[in-house]
Each structure stands twice: as C-alpha cells, then as structure tokens.
Design a protein around this ligand. Structure first.
Ligand SMILES: [Fe+2]
Ligand SMILES: [Fe+2]
Length: 171
C-alpha cells in the first residue's frame, strides 16, 4: 500500500473523520454540540467591548445559527410535527416561531453599528431568545425525539441533518 494512502487512512481513523453517509452519531448529540457552540459565541458577544470583535462574532453566530435552524426545521421539527397528538404539534410550531424571532433579531443586529447602545441591546435580546429557545427545545422537542424515534432513525436524522445544513446559504 502506498505510504500516502496509509497515512491518509490512519489520519482518518484517528480523527474519526467519517463522511455524513457513514456517520453513526445520534442527532441529539450533534444538536447538543451546536447549541453549546452558538451559546458560547453569544456569551462572548454580550461580554465583548470591542466593535471589531462584535462584528466578527455576529458573523460567526450567523454561520452557526442559520444552517442549524434551517436544517433542524426540515429534519427534526417536521418529523415531530408529523407525529400524532397535539403536544408534538405545539412543540414543533413553537420551535418554528422562536426560530423566526431569532432570525429577525439576528438580521437586525447585522445591520446595526457595533458597540452602539441599540446594538448592545439587540445582542442581549438575541442571547436571551436563543438561551430560552435552546432550553425549551432540549426539554420538549428532544423528549418527542427520544420517545418516538429508534436509534437507527436518529442516526439517519443526523446524516440527513448534516446534508441539509450544507445546502443552506448564509447571506
Ligand atoms: Fe437547535
Ligand atoms: Fe431550534
């Protein structure tokens, strides 16, 4: 076997770099990691005192949040909305509404001058919205996912989620 191929394979197995098609990860583990990332970015944003850093962080939040929410709606919320009963439908609709609010707030923040009073207020509101949303999602939507989908279904959801995320355009 050529040396290069051996090295590439070793690197792949060490790093666990499986393509989405091979991934055995659970959708909820992926969502958890992404929630932690975006919440950490928002924490840094509201603590930042530099306009330059604030703009950089808004860009990072956008690149993390927009693909996450769009793919989550398509793969997770729509699956929950399709379940029988009122509760999953309320949870799914609530999720869509909160995503809409976060999206509008993020767009507003993106248009404002960094470090100004309005920017700082909108950044705080965005953080509060996302924190609230993540808390409820992890409680309500995740309960629906755990109760209604098998391990295999959740692994498939994860692969579909990663594929859907790649198709989202961030402007
Ligand atoms: Fe989420
Ligand atoms: Fe969400």
């Amino acid at each position: 076997m050529p040396v290069r191929t051996t090295i590439e394979q070793a690197a792949k197995s060490v790093m666990g770099a499986l393509s989405p098609g091979e991934s055995k990860a659970d959708i909820l583990d992926t969502l958890q990691t992404e929630h932690d990332e975006v919440q950490e970015l928002l924490e840094k944003l509201v603590d930042s005192e530099s306009g330059h850093e604030q703009k950089r962080l808004v860009e990072k939040v956008k690149r993390a949040l927009v693909p996450h929410t769009k793919a989550e709606e398509k793969i997770v919320y729509d699956a929950v909305l399709a379940l029988r009963g009122k509760e999953p439908k309320v949870d799914g609709n609530e999720g869509y509404i909160e995503h809409g609010l976060a999206d509008q707030t993020l767009k507003k923040l993106d248009r404002l001058t960094a470090n100004g009073p309005e920017f700082l207020a909108v950044a705080k509101v965005l953080k509060e919205l996302v924190d609230h949303h993540v808390q409820e999602e992890e409680r309500n939507i995740w309960t629906q996912v755990k109760e209604n989908f098998s391990d295999e279904q959740r692994e498939k959801m994860n692969r579909d989620f990663l594929t859907a995320k790649k198709k989202v355009k961030v402007v």
